[in-house]
Each structure stands twice: as structure tokens, then as C-alpha cells.
Design a protein around this ligand. Structure first.
Ligand SMILES: Cc1cc2nc3c(=O)[nH]c(=O)nc-3n(C[C@H](O)[C@H](O)[C@H](O)COP(=O)(O)OP(=O)(O)OC[C@H]3O[C@@H](n4cnc5c(N)ncnc54)[C@H](O)[C@@H]3O)c2cc1C
Length: 436
């Protein structure tokens, strides 16, 4: 008997998202044009765009639609990377991968990525609780306003409709005097993340894609001019392959790919539905918010009025009690009007980290594509990169893809000791957050 696939973890989103479209495991032998491994935003966006271009494709998912980061995240739709700003992104692309021109193409992809998510939700009528009222990034220290000003300048130069906010403006939009000003990108917002994953799957299936759940790919091997993907109950032959497994990439699926990304736990939690009185005082404009800290403070409401937040821990030991206390104390500091805070839902997921905090798109072999490294900002990015992977699989040359396409894997040094590296990084983030 093959191992039973893991069930969908308990979370706010699992409790509130509309049901997934019906799917079944792959049984027996099948053929397709493009095989997509993983049914998160990357895989499902790739499948939707392939199917809309008339290219046969089949998604194989080990567990359920949105089982990975795509069904567990905070649902903040953010058109930026977590660390690198546009100038740094442009400077990071070496000449042999397209240099500044390719860097600007990637910046353009990120700039338009949140708009793409909301456009797909509208176009396909997805029930994803989408609210495109903007994303806020407040500065957690007065000195961080310099970083904020530089961000606003860099994005404005690339045509993003960004706005600098004074301390008073931010206090009014956040419903808290905790921060020192900040900036806004009105193309961002919030969604029910599992609702979006399930909506993407429904749209992809309607467009002609095939999606098999409970179909873990156990082996991927060359066969003739194409590839053979083995699952516990079947096999799929495909001309091309997209590996959309990101932070959940298992060792052995492709040599070294799992070492290109470090899975870092991010804890999520949701309060009970808050009273209208309290709700009206916190994020009254319906924004999503994540601040400038490395140990990120992030908040948003869901459709029914629960405040959805979370954080990181240095060590996972005894995580549930510790994260409840830590984030409870944080909420009391940032939004004292909340009074005593309870959490009805607490869950966690893996964010995919890379050493340089940048996403990397790979052509692992002719016709085999992958990307890793959302570094915590992947709702919009994975959706947009999924589209680019679909274009590349459809034969669009690498020079026209809006991201550098690398052929050599960038594995993370010391990957085997990643638990230590993560603990050190979280501690270092907290230390840096207290300094100017
Ligand atoms: C807790 C948390 C909070 C976050 N909050 C935000 C946020 O608010 N805003 C934001 O922009 N980003 C956020 N992110 C990041 C964002 O969720 C991810 O970048 C994005 O969902 C990645 O999508 P993906 O499709 O690439 O990967 P995933 O959604 O992780 O999908 C990978 C899939 O591959 C499948 N898989 C693995 N191995 C196999 C195999 N052998 N065969 C078949 N299938 C396989 C897995 O089961 C999984 O479903 C957060 C992430 C986490 C974990």
C-alpha cells in the first residue's frame, strides 16, 4: 500500500474557503504535453495559462489543491519582494543572464503581479474574498523612513502607483500609532488564499487542464524525447515538465533542487470575529499590512472580521503555546483597543528561503523548468511566475521570459544544518529590528 497522502491541515482558510473542484488520483497510464508537479499557485497558474493557450497539461499534486504554502499563507497580495528593492533586483542579474534589461523585466513582473491576481479572480469569478484596497508597509523605527522613501522613489520610477505616508496618515490607515509613517501600494490587497488556490484549479480545469490530487510524483525520468513521471497508482508521459513544488520540494525529485531552498516555518493565527466597534478602529480601509521588520509584524482582516496575523519563532519546540503568547502580547502592544486577545485558529506553513533572498527560475534540463525562493512574498509572485513558466513551456524563448532563467542550481551552503541557520536568522532579525 502506498503511504496515505497528508490531509489538509486545520486552519482558518480550510474552515472558510469554498470547496475544491472534484479531483481524483492518477490511475494507470496517461499522456500530456506539459506535466506540472504541485498544485499551489505556481503549478495552477501555469496550468491555467497553458490550457488557455490550448496546450495539453496535467497537474500532479501529492496531497490536495493548495495543501502547501498556497493554502496556508496570510493572503496578503503584495507586489514587492521581501528584501530586495527594484535597483538591487536589477543589479543582481549577471550579464550572461540578461543583465539590467532582464532585471527590469523581473521588476515589471513584480510591479504588476498583485494586479494579475485580482484580475484572474475577477475574470474567472473565483470566490476568494478578494479585497483590492491596497497594501501598507509602515516603518517600525523613525530611521526606517529613509528605506521607505527610497522604496517609494524606486517603485515610482518604474510606474508603480505608490504613495509615501506620514506618521499621521499611517496611524489613521492602520488604526495604530505604533509606526512612524510608511508607504502604500494600492494595487495590493488581501484574499482568502485557499479560496484563490481552489479558484485557480477550477478555472484551469474549465480551460481544459487535468488536475490529479493524491498523486505524489515518486520518480521523474527521461524517456525518449520526453519524460515519465511515476505516481503510486499510475504514470504520466509528458513532453515537458514544470516543477512547482517550491518549499515542499522533496529530496530526490530532481538532483539538488531541494537544496536550492530552505523551508522556514511561518506561524499563522486568527482571532474570533471582532465586534463592529473594534473592527472599525483597525485597518478601517480594509488594507493588508506588513511592516519593515525582519521579524515581520503583519495583519489583515478576513471577510467575516477576524484579525489574521502570525509570526516566527527561533525554535519550533512547544510552538503553539509560545506563538499564542508572543503574538497575543504583540497585538496588545500594537492594537491596545483589542483588550485581551484569544486565537480561534493557529497553524503554520513552510516559506521557501534562498541565501540571497531572491527568487530563482531554473531550466534544469531542456524542457524542465522550476523556480524556488519566494522568501515570504509569493502570493502574487508565484501566480506571475507560473504564467512565465507556462510561456516558457509553450516555447517562448528564455530571453522573452520576465525573469532570468538559470541553468545552474544555486544550492544553499550548509543546507544540512538549516535548522541552525534558521534559528540564527530569526534571532538576527530581531536584533536588527531594534537597531537604527
Ligand atoms: C504561513 C505562510 C504565510 C505566507 N504569507 C504570505 C503572504 O501573506 N503574502 C505573500 O505574498 N506570500 C506569503 N507566503 C508565501 C506564499 O504562500 C508562497 O510563496 C506561495 O504560496 C508558493 O506557491 P507555490 O505554488 O510555489 O508552492 P506551494 O503552494 O507550496 O505548492 C507546492 C505543492 O507541491 C506539492 N508537492 C511537493 N512534492 C510533490 C511531489 N513529489 N509530487 C506532487 N506534488 C508535490 C505540495 O504538496 C504542494 O501542494 C506565505 C507562506 C507561508 C507558508
Amino acid at each position: 500500500m502506498p503511504d496515505a497522502p497528508p490531509a489538509m491541515p486545520r486552519s482558518l482558510w480550510a474552515a472558510t474557503a469554498p470547496p475544491a473542484p472534484p479531483t481524483a488520483p492518477l490511475r494507470g497510464e496517461a499522456r500530456t504535453g506539459v506535466a506540472v508537479i504541485g498544485a499551489g499557485y505556481t503549478g495552477l497558474s501555469a496550468a491555467l495559462h497553458l490550457a488557455e493557450a490550448g496546450i495539453p497539461c496535467t497537474v500532479l499534486e501529492a496531497a490536495e489543491i493548495g495543501w502547501g504554502a498556497s493554502g496556508r499563507n496570510n493572503g496578503q497580495v503584495i507586489p514587492t519582494l521581501s528584501r530586495a528593492d527594484p535597483d538591487a533586483i536589477v543589479a543582481s542579474v549577471p550579464r550572461e543572464l540578461g543583465g539590467a534589461e532582464k532585471g527590469e523585466a523581473l521588476v515589471g513582473l513584480i510591479r504588476d503581479s498583485a494586479a494579475l491576481v485580482f484580475e484572474l479572480i475577477r475574470k474567472h469569478g473565483m470566490r476568494a474574498e478578494a479585497v483590492q484596497n491596497g497594501w501598507l508597509q509602515p516603518a517600525h523605527r523613525p530611521s526606517r523612513m529613509r528605506l521607505v522613501e527610497s522604496r517609494v522613489r524606486q517603485w515610482a520610477r518604474r510606474g508603480a502607483p505608490v504613495r509615501l505616508l506620514s506618521r499621521e496618515e499611517m496611524a489613521a490607515l492602520a488604526g495604530s500609532g505604533h509606526w512612524h509613517g510608511g508607504w502604500e501600494n494600492p494595487t495590493g490587497g488581501r484574499i482568502n488564499p485557499l479560496g484563490f488556490a481552489r479558484g485557480l484549479a477550477g478555472a484551469a480545469i474549465r480551460a481544459g487542464a487535468v488536475v490529479h490530487t493524491r498523486s505524489r510524483v515518486t520518480a521523474l525520468a527521461r524517456e525518449g524525447t520526453g519524460w515519465r513521471l511515476a505516481t503510486p497508482e499510475g504514470a504520466l508521459r509528458a513532453e515537458r515538465v514544470i516543477l512547482a513544488t517550491n518549499a515542499h520540494t522533496p529530496p530526490g525529485l530532481w538532483p539538488g533542487l531541494h537544496r536550492s531552498v530552505v523551508p522556514v516555518r511561518s506561524y499563522q493565527m486568527a482571532t474570533p470575529v471582532l465586534s463592529d466597534n473594534i473592527r472599525g478602529t483597525i485597518l478601517p480601509g480594509g488594507h493588508a499590512l506588513s511592516d519593515t521588520r525582519g521579524d515581520l509584524h503583519f495583519f489583515r482582516f478576513d471577510a467575516e472580521g477576524r484579525l489574521v496575523t502570525g509570526g516566527g519563532l527561533i525554535l519550533p519546540l512547544g510552538w503553539e503555546g509560545r506563538i499564542r503568547r508572543r503574538i497575543g502580547a504583540r497585538l496588545a502592544r500594537v492594537f491596545p483597543q483589542l483588550g485581551e486577545v484569544r486565537f480561534d485558529y493557529v497553524w503554520w506553513g513552510y516559506v521557501g528561503g534562498t541565501a540571497d533572498r531572491l527568487p530563482h527560475v531554473y531550466e534544469l534540463a531542456p524542457g524542465v523548468l522550476a523556480w524556488t525562493g519566494c522568501n515570504g512574498r509569493g502570493v502574487a509572485l508565484a501566480t506571475a511566475l507560473g504564467r512565465e513558466l507556462a510561456r516558457a513551456s509553450a516555447g517562448v524563448p528564455a530571453r522573452e521570459i520576465a525573469a532570468p532563467v538559470e541553468t545552474r542550481l544555486r544550492t544553499v551552503f550548509g543546507h544540512r544544518f538549516r535548522a541552525l541557520g534558521i534559528a540564527w536568522q530569526v534571532a538576527r532579525n530581531r536584533w536588527n529590528d531594534r537597531r537604527d
